[in-house]
Design a protein around this ligand. Structure first.
Ligand SMILES: [Zn+2]
Length: 417
């Protein structure tokens, strides 16, 4: 009896494959077969004839790697791109961003601005985004339309906020948001984003933590972004921010803290011990003059760190290639040590590191059989990508998001050159 020939949905052939699996070196002339939403097989220089597939991608002159993971952002803030620049964080936030949010945001503007962000992210190689903002239903609708994977969180702050005029109701709104979307799609995890330990009371933080735990959803917050914030929390609570959150019982492996700049050594140790996840946002931190996160020291102590763009109003783009370049160089200039945070380590932060930040490391972040097919293909046949000695260096120091050819998310080819 003739065995019926297997037909795949997508096959990627040739090129240079970076699986981002620990210890694996770049693979030349790989073949990746995809069935449904998952990677079926990764073979090296296969001598078997090319099987049938609906889509065969020839990746010669290209680098194949896991889709990038944006560990921290507020996608709808594309609407404020270039609106208020070159200002200190507090003035920028309270005099420009908060008032603009009140006057400009509604379910429709959040949807369209988030859809623009999804397009920008996908076109520049991001396949998973971690997001937190107001009117979060609009972000989910946009993410679903675009086909991007994501942790989407309803923003919570103890002031009247867009869509939540009564701050007493902010967690009711967040809870209803999670309940609405928890079973909606394999690609979307709904959650809560507490703006910061300064703008959310202890009561709000505790309740947000409790709701998040009920749904096994990561809880996001900004943490120790400015020196001023640290001083105000110390004045209010008598504790530095990380110790304050520890005191509340908030430090655990489901907490994602963005920025984490102004930390002392004991705070880094405590974050490491508590398995808190960090989203490092170098360009936003530079642009707002917030400071430099001690990423090298955090990684050295075993803290999981991903890379985020933050919102477009403080960046002003969502290109993770630029962010990786900035992360590597910022660490070097801050430590006067050019060996710190090499290109491979930075690419790891933007792929499997980001997957660990949101607890999806079993599904995405590397290219391996059985994982979800979130894969990007980057063109190397261009002047600025030639010659190609080291694919990690090329991606971090030479490439931009514009070099991304094809983007596959959950087995779907969602973007083509
Ligand atoms: Zn942020």
């Amino acid at each position: 009896m003739m065995e019926s020939k297997k037909k795949y949905d997508v096959i990627i052939e040739r090129g240079t494959l970076l699986t981002m699996v620990d210890g694996e070196e770049p693979i030349h002339d790989a073949r990746i077969t995809i069935s449904g939403d998952s990677i079926e097989e990764v073979s090296v220089r296969p001598d078997s004839p090319l099987p049938e597939a609906d889509e065969i991608i020839n990746a010669e002159d290209a680098i194949i790697l896991p889709g990038l993971i944006n560990s921290h952002g507020h996608s709808a803030m594309t609407i404020f791109r270039g609106m208020a620049d070159d200002l200190p964080l507090k003035k920028w936030l309270f005099d420009h961003i908060f008032p603009a949010e009140v006057s400009h945001l509604n379910p429709d503007t959040v949807y369209w601005a988030s859809l623009l962000a999804c397009l920008e992210m996908i076109a520049s190689g991001t396949t998973t985004s971690v997001d937190g903002y107001f009117f979060a239903d609009g972000i989910v609708r946009a993410a679903n339309k675009a086909g991007i994977r994501g942790l989407v969180a309803q923003g919570v702050i103890d002031f009247p906020a867009p869509g939540v005029p009564d701050p007493e109701k902010n967690l009711d709104v967040a809870l209803a948001f999670i309940e609405r979307w928890i079973h909606f799609s394999d690609l979307i995890t709904p959650g809560i984003f507490c703006h910061s330990p300064l703008t959310c009371s202890a009561k709000t933080l505790l309740k947000a933590h409790e709701i998040s735990a009920t749904f096994h959803s990561p809880l996001q917050t900004h943490l120790s972004e400015t020196q001023e914030e640290v001083e105000e929390i110390e004045k209010r609570t008598g504790l530095r921010p990380v110790f304050y959150l520890d005191d509340l019982g908030l430090l655990d492996s489901d907490l994602i803290a963005a920025h984490a700049i102004h930390l002392n050594e004991e705070e880094i140790d405590l974050l490491a011990k508590s398995h808190v996840k960090i989203a490092h946002c170098p360009e936003s931190n530079m642009k707002l003059g917030s400071g430099i996160a001690a990423v090298g020291r955090m990684l050295g102590k075993g803290v999981t760190v991903g890379i985020g763009t933050d919102g477009c109003a403080s960046n002003n783009n969502l290109d993770l290639f630029g962010e990786m370049d900035a992360a590597a160089k910022l660490a070097k200039v801050a430590s006067l040590d050019p060996t710190l945070l090499d290109a491979r380590a930075v690419l790891k932060m933007a792929t499997i590191g980001g997957a660990k930040v949101i607890g999806l490391e079993d599904r995405v972040g590397t290219i391996e059989a059985g994982k979800k097919a979130d894969i990007i293909i980057v063109d190397t046949n261009t002047p600025h990508m030639t010659p190609l000695y080291n694919p990690y260096s090329q991606l971090v120091y030479s490439a931009t998001g514009g070099d991304v050819w094809d983007v596959i998310i959950n087995g779907m080819l969602v973007y083509r050159d």
